[in-house]
Design a protein around this ligand. Structure first.
Ligand SMILES: CC(C)[C@H](C(=O)O)[C@@H](O)C(=O)O
Ligand code: SF4
Length: 473
């Protein structure tokens, strides 16, 4: 008798993708898995490629690896590689090493350059059901297309360059169900911060988080990428969403997507990429979308977030174990417990990063920017996530909207998200930022960061203080 086809019931989405990539079961939950796509950026690419060279190895499948500089590139209009010399040296290294290995580099200002987690999805380098890695923790973003995507360290990246495989432990399965409808001005970013706040920064450790439910299905692709982007901030190395017609329609015609009949065939396969009805999860959490308000961080970790109209929490009323951390966060942020965040004066606004610098994000920020001018004393930047996003925004006239309102319109890259390109929020200044990390010193020494959606950030720029975007007129 021929071997029966294994019934697929009881499998979750991550089980399916995992099973399709196992080359060899190594026992104890470990396996050697195939890596479909490998992305390199200016900070993590050169050390990994250098390691391969130093070991006397070759990049085994250069056609599956793509590179672009993003972290240490200046966002100044008219920038070149020389605008920020330390970053320029990294770009040089990335150019040399990728040319030597035969890897496609999307160089500075070329169509295809930008933050890796914006460019790889928009070029359809990342696709549903693929394993995608990058030496960067926010690689989980690509799960918005239904890929199993996760950050790796330098040794893993070098191993994958040399072999196109990785030795991995199968992640546990977590599902976050969000049912119902998000309210007006409540975005995927608000939802992500809300989930962080309720679940905590360690809820996803060891897991892949599948986001599901009617509120998630209703999200567009950009919003799905935002939601998955913050998975790592709750400790999960990867987060994903079952791909559907929204994703297939978005991918059709993109640079590296299959074309013509191949695309239809791919879609037929991608339709199976969903958790079975009787799929088993190691952990599950259910949320009501209607309960999510515009959400903003008050502290120094993304889970230290509140609804925009709530008061800053009081450490004395918190569990004893979190009091000290909360006091330190309040002190760093220059905030008082029990006071509303609304009305807090703002010095900087940053609309950018792999969390929120796609076209939909810029449209949302521009819709607010149209209604006024940046308040005196506020410096407000818009840094598009990629050259393609920048050009699309310019074609719609969004750059003009921003400039006329007093925002600076910059060149694509990570910029002030991590300040690795020397662009920093000044010490002690308060910033409302659409990025994903508000850690101590993240946007510069002593910089105070509030994470929020593009609309909330733009509204803060106009008001010069933190405001509720729902009542901003
Ligand atoms: C510098 C890079 C490796 C880092 C990451 O891994 O995420 C950065 O992108 C970040 O967001 O902190
Ligand atoms: S935009 Fe920020 S979070 Fe994203 S990869 Fe760059 S530094 Fe990391």
């Amino acid at each position: 008798m021929t071997a029966a086809v294994m019934p697929s019931s009881g499998q979750s989405l991550v089980d399916k993708i995992w099973a399709q990539h196992v080359i060899r079961d190594l026992g104890d939950g470990w396996a050697l898995i195939h890596i479909d796509r490998h992305i390199l950026h200016d900070l993590s690419g050169p050390p990994a490629l250098g390691k391969v060279q130093a070991a006397g190895r070759r990049v085994s499948m250069p056609g599956l690896t793509f590179a672009t500089p993003d972290h240490a590139v200046s966002s100044r209009p008219g920038r070149t590689a020389a605008s920020f010399p330390p970053g320029g040296r990294l770009i040089e290294a990335l150019r040399d090493l990728t040319a030597h290995a035969g890897i496609r580099l999307f160089d500075l200002d070329e169509d295809g350059q930008g933050i890796v987690h914006v460019t790889a999805p928009e070029l359809a380098i990342s696709l549903p059901g693929l394993t995608v890695i990058c030496g960067d923790s926010h690689t989980c973003t690509h799960g918005g297309l239904g890929a199993l995507a996760f950050g790796v360290g330098t040794s893993e990246s070098a191993h994958a360059l040399a072999t196109q495989t990785l030795r991995m432990q199968k992640p546990r399965r977590m599902r976050v169900l969000v049912e119902g409808r998000l309210g007006a001005h409540v975005t995927a970013k608000d939802l992500a911060l809300h989930l962080m706040r309720r679940l905590g920064s360690a809820a996803g450790v060891g897991h892949t988080v599948e986001y599901a439910g009617s509120a998630v299905r209703a999200l567009g692709v950009e919003a799905r990428l935002t939601l998955c982007n913050l998975s790592v901030e709750m400790g999960a190395r990867s987060g994903l969403i079952a791909p559907d017609d929204t994703v297939f329609g978005w991918l059709a015609g993109r640079d590296y997507a299959p074309k013509g009949g191949d695309f239809d065939q791919a879609v037929a396969v991608w339709r199976d990429l969903a958790s079975d009805e009787d799929a088993v999860f190691d952990r599950e959490a259910v949320f009501d979308a209607a309960e999510v308000a515009p959400t903003i961080s008050w502290g120094t970790s993304p889970d230290q977030s509140i609804a925009i109209d709530e008061a800053v929490p009081d450490p004395d009323r918190a569990p004893a174990t979190s009091r000290e951390g909360m006091r330190a966060a309040l002190d760093y942020m220059g905030l008082e417990a029990g006071r509303p965040l609304i009305g807090t004066p703002v010095d900087w606004v940053f609309v950018g990063s792999c969390a929120n610098a796609r076209i939909e994000d810029l449209r949302a920020a521009a819709a607010i920017a149209r209604t006024g001018r940046v308040a005196p004393g506020v410096t407000a930047w818009v840094v598009p996530g990629s050259v393609r996003v920048k050009r699309a925004a310019e074609a719609e006239g969004l750059d003009r909207v921003f400039r006329e309102a007093g925002f600076a319109w910059r060149e694509p890259g990570c910029a002030m998200c991590v300040a690795a390109n020397g662009e920093q929020v000044p010490p002690g200044a308060r910033s409302v930022s659409t990025s994903n990390r508000n850690f101590v010193g993240r946007q510069g020494p002593r910089a105070r960061t509030h994470l929020a959606s593009p609309a909330t950030a733009a509204a803060a720029a106009l008001a010069g203080r933190i405001v509720d975007v729902r009542t901003h007129s």
